[in-house]
Design a protein around this ligand. Structure first.
Ligand code: AHR
Length: 324
């Protein structure tokens, strides 16, 4: 009887230890994350930021999928996350359209969708709990406003002589490509002499940026301004401009987007003129949103990132502290 008493006491102690451990150990959440690919320095910084923030959090486990710039890969990845019954799906849309069906499937499986950077089309956003990232229209407007001031300050624009502008667009159908083009035109419409004579998809990559710029210059060696939807394409275009025997940053005014280190170096070297910041370091915000979700908090539909712009007046001072 005495022995049984001891056994029961031990079992009771073990049960207390187990339940205390259960309370102390946070429940693990599985996060399915599907990224666009690795088309730019910006994208690499974004992927690392999100991956590090998730893997450094002991309460989260990440299942990662690199879509390698193909929407079908991303749709497949989301379906596999649904089958695996992950707790939350984190993703960046390669292009805006074509995700409605798979997002509806996630909704039916009660798996919340948290988006970072690029959204899906407006009509599919009701499947999405929240999106965090940049205001791409505002970025395009900032580029237009910067150009207007630069042309005026340097006595280049008299308001009537045509200004010959080339545009390197991002991936056709991607939110930043659509919105940056729109934002820039919102400003250009107030300058009737600005002529966007060349506009083509450079797929956000350096190699495409170079190739398309070569073609632009062959057709029109008198281009005065290049507006590139990201720095990666601008950096490729700078090569093409040099190879054509022209001086980037002087013969052609170069405006990019992202504020990656390579573009800062080009500005400091006088080979580019301006970059509009688009912050890729979204990991901490994404993890915060997941924690808020777990805690039952209501997330805002949009979480904006605060960003700056850089040119010859401030790029050199900011370069040493740039993280990407
Ligand atoms: O969606 C953000 C954009 O995508 C960045 O400007 C670009 O570099 C990336 O490819």
């Amino acid at each position: 009887m005495k022995r049984w008493g001891k056994v029961l006491a031990l079992v009771a102690v073990a049960m207390v230890v187990v339940s205390v451990a259960a309370i102390a150990a946070p429940k693990t959440w599985v996060v399915g994350f599907t990224q666009v690919g690795s088309e730019s320095e910006w994208r690499t910084a974004d992927t690392i930021s999100v991956q590090d923030s998730i893997t450094n959090d002991p309460t989260l486990v990440m299942v990662y999928s690199d879509a390698q710039q193909k929407q079908e890969n991303q749709i497949k990845a989301i379906r596999s996350f649904i089958q695996r019954k992950v707790n939350v799906i984190l993703f960046t849309a390669i292009v805006e359209t074509g995700y409605g069906t798979v997002l509806q499937e996630a909704q039916k499986a009660h798996i919340p969708i948290v988006m970072i950077d690029r959204p899906v089309a407006k009509e599919d956003m009701h499947y999405v709990l929240t999106i965090m990232g940049s205001d791409f229209i505002k970025e395009g407007e900032k580029a237009g406003n910067w150009l207007a001031k630069y042309l005026k300050d340097n006595g280049i624009d008299d308001g009537s002589t045509p200004i010959d502008i080339a545009e390197l667009q991002g991936t056709t159908g991607a939110a930043p490509a659509i919105d940056r083009a729109q934002g820039f035109r919102n400003i250009a419409k107030d300058h009737p002499n600005w002529q966007i004579n060349h506009s083509q998809d450079g797929d956000f990559t350096s190699s495409q940026g170079k190739q398309v710029m070569e073609a632009f210059l062959k057709a029109d060696p008198k281009i005065q301004v290049l507006f590139a939807h990201n720095d990666q394409m601008a950096l490729g275009a700078i090569q093409a401009i040099k190879e054509a025997g022209l001086q980037p940053g002087k013969d052609i005014i170069i405006i990019g987007m992202d504020a990656v280190k390579g573009m800062f170096q080009a500005i400091v070297a006088g080979e580019a003129n301006c970059t509009i910041e688009c912050n890729p370091l979204l990991g901490p915000q994404a993890v915060q949103a997941i924690h808020d979700l777990r805690a039952g908090k209501k997330l805002p539909a949009r979480i904006w990132t605060i960003e700056s712009q850089f040119d010859a007046t401030n790029a050199a001072a900011a370069l040493p502290t740039r993280q990407y």
